[in-house]
Design a protein around this ligand. Structure first.
Ligand code: GLY
Length: 316
């Protein structure tokens, strides 16, 4: 039986590379996905997840994360949690419980403290400077404050047919204190059923939540639709619905994988993602919307170099 992993954004590459080695060596999907997501959370230059994540309007880093086990359908999630190093591990721990599986703010922090999770100030100097600059720009140019909401989300299949999904994000840059997006919300930001497959989303949470899009992709795969077709259908139909009813659709991208390791990607913007399977090492792809379809190709060396330069560019 093969294994596989698909994840949102280039930032997932190192985590997926590490997790795919673990999967190859026979480790299970719950452990592998937690490791992969926590590597993204730990890296200070990924500015929308974990340490170095961009703050809310009060310059506080409030983090959202979820974990789901596709065998038991167990879910754990945290939202608006501050000053803990790896929200995904806290979410995974919560998924073991029968009650109180989704905790927010002070409640999530109390749970994390009582269960011995590591505390950390998640606000970096770099994120603070980005926040200050943005504040000035908003005032000077009279801009909408909201910008940037990239979630790392992954779906993982191991050799034993276990599937998991997990997400982690600092949410919308400059969000109001207490704002929660789609990422920790079951069915919206993520969903997995080991007998069918899993999906997870990134983009504007306020719009993704209006369609329960991750569940919708899994539901279609459950009807026998191939992952690529399922995800394209969900993205294109829902983007159209938003435009029809609300005049605009926010950025929405979804990755999915079925229980056979076949995968799909859909987007209404330009979007990078990472895939690893038994047959291919972890690779970054860049996807684009083409009418109702999504096309993608492997990221070029120029694209990868420009990304590296951009995320590490000094901030004044
Ligand atoms: N998709 C992440 C968020 O809106 O918070």
């Amino acid at each position: 039986m093969g294994f596989g992993m698909i994840a949102t954004w280039r930032m997932a590459l190192e985590g997926v590379t590490c997790a795919s080695e673990m999967l190859k060596n026979g480790l299970k999907s719950d452990e592998c996905i937690e490791k992969a997501i926590s590597m993204v959370e730990d890296y200070p230059f990924y500015k929308s997840v974990g340490y170095g994540g961009l703050p809310n309007e009060n310059c506080e880093v409030e983090l959202d994360s979820a974990f789901m086990d596709g065998n038991t359908l167990a879910i754990g999630a945290v939202a608006g949690i501050k000053n803990f190093k790896n929200p995904v591990s806290i979410a995974r721990k919560l998924s073991e419980d029968r009650f109180n599986i989704f905790l927010v703010g002070a409640g999530a922090e109390k749970f994390a403290h009582e269960n011995g999770f590591e505390r950390k100030n998640m606000l970096t100097e770099r994120a603070k400077k980005t926040w200050k600059n943005r504040l000035e720009e908003i005032k000077a140019k009279n801009l909408s404050p909201y910008d940037g909401h990239d979630t790392v989300g992954m779906v993982c299949l191991d050799k034993y047919k276990n599937m998991t999904t997990a997400t982690s994000t600092s949410g919308l840059f400059m969000k109001k204190r207490g704002r929660v997006g789609d990422s920790p919300i079951s069915g919206s930001g993520f969903y997995v059923d080991s007998k069918i497959g899993g999906a997870c989303a990134t983009g504007l949470g306020e719009d993704i939540m209006k369609g329960c899009l991750s569940y919708e992709v899994v539901r279609l795969m459950g009807e026998g639709i191939q992952p690529q077709q399922a995800v394209e259908k969900v993205i294109s139909e829902f983007s159209k619905k938003l435009i029809e009813r609300r005049k605009k659709a926010g950025a929405i991208s979804i990755v999915c994988m079925n229980h056979k390791g076949e995968w799909g990607v859909g987007t209404n913007v330009e979007f990078s993602f990472v895939v690893a399977t038994e047959r291919e090492d972890a690779k970054v792809y860049v996807a684009n919307q083409q009418g109702d379809k999504t096309t993608y190709e492997e990221a070029t060396k120029e694209w990868m170099d420009a990304y590296e330069e951009r995320i590490k560019r000094p901030i004044e």
